[in-house]
Ligand binder design. Structure first.
Ligand code: BGC
Length: 352
């Protein structure tokens, strides 16, 4: 186990940013920066033991500043979308910054993915890690309340990347945090992720309109292209039924996890056939946005000078449902001063 820290670069505001390298007893290696809490690289063995980087991103800090597409970042205050950038709390209407047409996506113009977090290194019997903290001031991106957020990344010797979130506010606000890594378990070959097998532990999903805003309905996955209750190849499933449910020819939806009590449950399991690399996602959250990189179109040049084509990565964004502040039938995302926000999410890696 080891933990190393070096200077990664400077933001335009002159803040120094660090790059940390965590290595576990089995040589898994995670590189994480305190800019946006970005997971910059994650080296994971295939069935032959070959370590390869399985997250999309960039070779330099300058590119993360310029080409930021939430790659690997911590997203907040509100991950996913808020319709019309508006919500009400106790009869008071709030407008948050709009950065996707009329809507807000992933926390607005300068969300948690674009701020510098304070950082502390931790070391324990389970593995090494980082504690990132950030104070989001009252009014930031239009949200009420001073919000203190803490995100702990821990790389364990059980080949898990554990992410523990917590937050407190001094005024009632809304909060929805996630981690936005684009995974490609084939490593450098960047195989189309739709060739992977996938199981999602969810009997329902939240249908969306053309702007990817939930209609409010909670619909069964049975008999639809959304049914991943049994492991199936993603591309085959997408062809099985009504493709109008898809977005840009792919998945970009919130599944309602079978997790009514907020326990730590297995939410997703995926295997990449050629490398044998697999990943499980465990979470305490009620939802998971499964996104197959439909908006990647080859114009973005990533690590090693490679163009990221459509479906070059998939995201497993454990979260509350999109636009929850405007849907009283969705689990609440309100955070009151007397409450504490907590979330645990684990990405567990294996090969077979
Ligand atoms: C959203 C996509 C969006 C992507 C940006 C995902 O969480 O659901 O619609 O394009 O984030 O990285």
């Amino acid at each position: 186990m080891s933990l190393d820290r070096k200077i990664y670069g400077k933001t335009p505001d002159g803040d120094s940013v660090f790059l940390f390298t965590l290595t576990n007893a089995n040589k898994l290696e995670a590189k994480i920066t305190n800019y946006g809490g970005i997971l910059v690289s994650l080296m994971v063995p295939d069935r032959e033991g070959k370590l390869e980087d399985i997250v999309l991103g960039f070779d330099t800090f300058a590119e993360y500043l310029k080409k930021n597409r939430y790659f690997g970042a911590i997203v907040g205050r509100y991950c996913n979308r808020i319709a019309n950038g508006k919500f009400s709390i106790d009869g008071v209407e709030y407008s948050c910054s709009k950065n996707e047409g009329e809507n807000q996506l992933h926390g607005g113009v300068r969300g948690f993915d674009k701020v510098v977090w304070d950082v502390n290194e931790i070391s324990g019997s389970q593995g090494d890690g980082l504690v990132l903290t950030y104070l989001s001031k009252n009014g930031e991106e239009g949200y009420p309340g001073n919000l203190s957020v803490s995100v702990t990344y821990l790389l364990t010797n059980q080949n898990e990347l554990r992410i523990e979130y917590s937050a407190k506010t001094d005024q009632t606000t809304v909060l929805n945090l996630t981690q936005h890594s684009y995974f490609n378990l084939s490593g450098e070959r960047l195989e189309d992720v739709r060739g992977c097998d996938l199981m999602l532990n969810a009997d329902h999903f939240t249908p969306v309109n053309e702007s990817l805003i939930p209609t409010g309905e909670i619909r069964t996955v049975r008999g639809t292209v959304m049914d991943f209750t049994h492991s199936v190849k993603i591309a085959e499933n997408a062809e099985k039924g009504d493709s109008s449910l898809l977005s840009q020819g792919g998945y970009d939806h919130n599944w309602v996890l079978n997790n009514p009590d907020g326990k730590l449950i297995l939410a997703a399991r995926t295997i990449e056939p050629s490398s044998g690399r697999g990943m499980e996602v465990h979470t305490t959250e009620p939802g998971l946005q499964f996104y197959t990189g439909n908006f990647l179109d080859g114009s973005l040049i990533g690590k090693g000078g490679k163009a990221y084509q459509k479906h070059a990565g998939y995201c497993f964004e454990t979260q509350h449902f999109p636009d929850s502040p405007n849907h009283s039938n969705f689990p609440t995302t309100l955070l009151k001063p007397d409450d504490s926000y907590t979330q645990s999410t684990i990405f567990r890696f294996f090969a077979n």
